[in-house]
Structure formats: C-alpha cells, structure tokens
Design a protein around this ligand. Structure first.
Ligand code: AMP
Length: 273
C-alpha cells in the first residue's frame, strides 16, 4: 500500500496507474476510520476497482468557526492499518498547508441542494466539501468514487456537482453501517459519554418508527421522541430524495433526515423509502 502526503506525488502515481488501464476508485474520508468507512472500500472492490485510494483529511474549509475542527479525532497509525487490512492500495494523508496553498482563492459552490438541512445549519460547510472533493477528483481522476448514505445530503450534492461540472466519475452511494444497537457509526461517536450514547439511540429508533403516510404528525412525534431522550433537535425533515425539497407525505422516493445534539455532539441519521 502506497502512502502519499504530497498532492503532486499522488497525482502522478494515479496518472501512471490510469495510463496502465487500471480502474481507480476514490474513497474520501476524514479518518478515525470505522466499519462505515471500510464498507466503502469493500464497495469499491465489489465494483471492480483495481486501485483503491483512500484519502484521510480533516478539511478545515468545511468546518465553521465554532465547530470541532481542532478536537476532531485523529489516529493516523490505526487508519493506515485499517486501510491495509481492508485492501486499499494507496492512502493520501495531506496537510492543510499542502492542500490549500497561500492565497488559495478558488472554491466550488453548489447553489441549490446545499441550501437546506445541514447546509442551513452549517454555513459554508458544503462549499468546503465541494471544494475539497473537486480537488481530490482532480488529483486522483478516479473512475468511481464511493460516498456513504450516512451523509445523504453530501452524497446528493456530490452527485449533482459531478453531473454539472462534467467530472465523468461514477458516484456510488453505499448504505449506512450501524452498530448492533442501531446507532449509525460515526467518528464523532467517540465524543459520546455512556449516557449520551444511550440517548443517541433515539435517532435510529425514531427513524425505524416512521411509516409511509402523512408527514406532519410523524415529524411532531419524532421531535417529541428525540427531546424525551434528552437530545436537542437540530432538524427533522422529510424531503424528495433527488431534489431535497420538503414533502408532505412519506412515500417511495422520500428521504427522512434527522440532526440532533447529544450534549455537545451533533449527530445525523436518515432513512430512504
Ligand atoms: P467522514 O470521515 O465522516 O467524513 O466520512 C467519510 C465517508 O464515509 C463519507 O462518504 C461518509 O458518508 C461515509 N460514512 C461515514 N459513516 C458511515 C456509516 N456509518 N455508514 C456508511 N458510510 C459512512
């Protein structure tokens, strides 16, 4: 497994693999890898990738000033071992300084799908995500890139960005990997106390209780249920899974998305019909 820290070195290695006709997959992550991330590597393999490039980069541009950039968990050694065991063929560990050169001044902005949900609560977040993912696409020039449904709005925005900017990359969305309790796996789960982890089960449990039919009463029940478990609701929304526009009825093609705080930790989860 190759390890790269310099964008230019990664770029020339990937270009050489592409010239040899190797099918390249990219799996972008912020590290502190868990089963959810590893499932993306497995999905890339299943889709016939011959080179699997995992990027591990806590991207400062997608964090707000009062968010957890500094305390975001990092464990480079463990991440390397997990990537190797999962079958990655290259890992990219850039630094903020070599991804964003002095006077970096070009950003990628999606202007529709990123307005609501997490985009409304985290101004600039998806601008940071689209910018860094565009940079990774240009460095790796993968045939396919794998994202998790865990971050459903993100995967939907990346799909639109790929289409609208003609990247020519197959964007794959892999299902949510959960702990046996139902809690969606997340690097941020490391922040949770035992009590918060218990309360956090209300997210997946609330989603499991939602049924096709009128949304408003179910939204109210979900908000009450999250609050009853000591969670602070950030949003509870039912949207069209393609346009992310709010809907009044849960039916095939609906996505229900939740964001809530357990203590200081912001958690998200979602379910598709
Ligand atoms: P992150 O490191 O949290 O930025 O996540 C990197 C990628 O892994 C994103 O595409 C996430 O959607 C995906 N991911 C994170 N957690 C999960 C999970 N529990 N199941 C599936 N994919 C996940």
């Amino acid at each position: 497994m190759k390890i790269f820290r310099e964008p230019k070195k990664l770029q020339s290695w990937c270009a050489a693999r592409r010239m040899e006709g190797r099918r390249i997959a990219l799996v972008p992550t912020m590290g502190y890898l868990h089963e959810g991330h590893l499932s993306l590597i497995a999905e890339a393999k299943r889709r016939g990738a011959e080179e699997i490039v995992v990027s591990v980069f806590v991207n400062p541009v997608q964090f707000g000033p009062n968010e957890d950039f500094d305390k975001y968990p990092r464990d480079e050694k463990a991440d390397l071992a997990k990537c190797r065991a999962a079958g990655a063929t290259a890992v990219f560990f850039p630094t903020p300084a070599n991804m964003y050169l002095d006077a970096h001044s070009v950003y990628v902005n999606e202007e529709s799908l990123s307005k609501g949900l997490c985009g409304a609560r985290r101004p600039g977040h998806f601008r940071g995500v689209c910018t860094v993912v565009s940079k990774l696409f240009n460095l790796v020039r993968p045939h396919l890139a794998v994202f998790g449904q865990k971050d459903f709005q993100q995967a939907t925005i990346i799909r639109r960005m790929e289409r609208d900017l003609n990247f020519g990359i197959d964007i794959v969305m892999a299902p949510i990997v959960r702990e046996p309790s139902g809690l969606a796996r997340s690097s941020r789960n490391a922040y949770l106390s035992d009590a918060e982890r218990e309360n956090a089960l209300a997210l997946s449990q609330s989603l499991a209780a939602i049924k096709p039919g009128p949304w408003v009463p179910q939204k109210r029940r979900t908000e009450r249920n999250l609050a009853a478990h000591g969670l602070k609701v950030d949003y509870v929304e039912a949207v069209d899974a393609e346009t992310l526009a709010p809907v009044k009825t849960v039916r095939k093609g609906t996505a229900v998305l939740l964001a809530a705080y357990a203590g200081k930790t912001r958690l998200i989860d979602n379910r598709l019909w």
